[in-house]
Design a protein around this ligand. Sequence first.
Ligand code: 13P
Length: 287
Amino acid sequence: MLVNSKVLLEDAMKHNYAVAGINTTSLTMLRAVLKAAEEEGTPVILSHAQLHEPYAPIELMGPLMKAAAEKSTVPCSLHLDHGTTEAYIYKALSLGFTSVMADFARFSFEENVERTKKVADVCHEIHVTVEGEYGEMPSNVTGQGRALPEGESLEFFFTKPDKAARYVEQTGVDSLVVSFGSVHGIYIEEPKMDYERLGAIREAVPNTPLVMHGGSGLNEEDTRTCIDGGIRKINYYTYMACEPSKKLVQFISSSGKPPYFHEICEYSRELMKEKARYAIKLFQNRG
Ligand code: 13P
């Protein structure tokens, strides 16, 4: 069933776990993620990122995701991930998305606050949940996010606890993306998570669900420590999306005949379902 993301985040706050927010850039992925959630009997946030528009247009993917969420046997919400322009965010609202990420962290703190507040005011009028970001998520290999400025370390992007409190208060966002060591894409070196910072952010905004992006590729211990430190939603995509790549070469070459494209999709769906299942279960934090 389709639900508001806020309901899912509130439950995660109450029971110390994180809801998986998984990007679905095709019908194959959408079905893989939903099947994993249904088989595990856990809620899931189906996400569409603005960045993926060229190959998954929101006007096609949005209604597909909505129909799938409505039919699902587990609570699902429909989330716009990394909405980087107001126009795109409002398009998501018109398509029935139940939450949106206002991604304006690349601007100055003041401009980020101003733009996010405007979006939040509109969203709240129609009971849509808003995820804000203060602090940035740089990228390793996917090219998403800003590159590190020359001579700066990762900490340059990290969320500062006192400003996080100001950001939440001044924008009215319902949840907050925080930057403390995870990155989007493939990790090319072991991430070093700043748990002290996460603890200070949690203290500064105790009633705001915290969101971690760049959640695929983190090891289990780190993931659990993040959840115990207050992370209530984890974004997951890259490691699931890359899972079929190597195995497909073997699948195609051992088929004896050129497989149909739908056979390739079905093979990939099974592989991605298992990755999604792994993430959803891990984020449930059941020990
Ligand atoms: P990964 O690249 O680690 O899968 O993270 C995805 C993400 O954060 C999307 O917003």
